[in-house]
Design a protein around this ligand. Structure first.
Ligand SMILES: [Zn+2]
Length: 239
């Protein structure tokens, strides 16, 4: 892990506070934190991660869970699992997963970094919480141009051959890029990304996690796994 400095600690506090603000939805805090935003952006000098969601595919509260307190208490809501990697020196930023909460998460990332660009999206698998946010890149929404989407072979084929995802490919809203189990992708830019196949239901695609390495910072992004023992038995080493 790289050394931390007071600036970084301040930024972490800024981001955590901003996430809390998002949950609370306080107008007053929005104003205060917009001012803090300047400090956050100015302080960052090295790549960093932003956790944009930690919930299950369908978020919290779930559809139909009418008694969940999150309907009246925004602090108890959770967006679907999503991670961003940001390089403040170049302004480039990448997402890991395109979730059903993409609109809010893209906005939150913009609030934190001041940038709207997406330099790539890494997908883990074809369950609803992990890829359906791609629809917001399409003709009916952002009309994005050639956003690189990194995915395993079955996942790419799934997107290429099933609507509405195939339209994203046909209209060049997304540019599908290959990743391969156990093979490190040395781009894009500053990071090394290695997909690792994990045991989890594979109805429509492979299921992977990502080992991410960026300037001495190492992180395992693993949103879904059914059995750690099975993964271990398969010989996967993450140390
Ligand atoms: Zn899943």
């Amino acid at each position: 892990m790289p050394e931390t400095n007071p600036d970084d600690a301040n930024v972490d506090a800024c981001i955590e506070t901003r996430l809390a603000r998002h949950r609370r939805g306080s107008i007053l805090l929005v104003v205060i934190l917009l001012l803090l935003q300047v400090g956050c952006s100015a302080a960052r000098r090295t790549p960093y991660f932003v956790v944009l969601g930690t919930g299950q595919d369908a978020g919290v509260p779930q559809a139909g869970a009418f008694d969940h307190p999150g309907w009246t208490n925004p602090g108890l809501r959770r967006a679907a699992t999503c991670l961003a990697l940001v390089d403040p020196r170049t302004g480039r930023q990448w997402l890991f997963e395109a979730t059903p909460d993409f609109r809010m998460q893209h906005r939150l990332l913009h609030d934190i970094t001041g940038a709207s660009r997406l330099d790539g999206i890494f997908l883990t698998h074809a369950h609803i919480g992990h890829y359906t946010g791609l629809m917001f890149l399409g003709h009916e929404s952002m009309g994005a141009k050639g956003v690189p989407v990194y995915a395993m072979p079955r996942m790419r084929s799934f997107l290429e051959t099933n609507g509405p995802w195939s339209q994203l490919v046909r209209y060049d809203n997304i540019d599908l890029r290959p990743v391969e189990d156990g093979v490190t992708l040395d781009g894009p830019d500053v990071m090394r990304v290695e997909p690792l196949v994990v045991p989890h239901r594979q109805e429509f695609s492979e299921v992977v996690g990502y080992r991410i390495e960026v300037e001495g910072l190492r992180l395992l992004f693993l949103p879904d796994i059914d059995s750690w023992a099975e993964w271990d038995d398969a010989g996967t080493r993450i140390e």
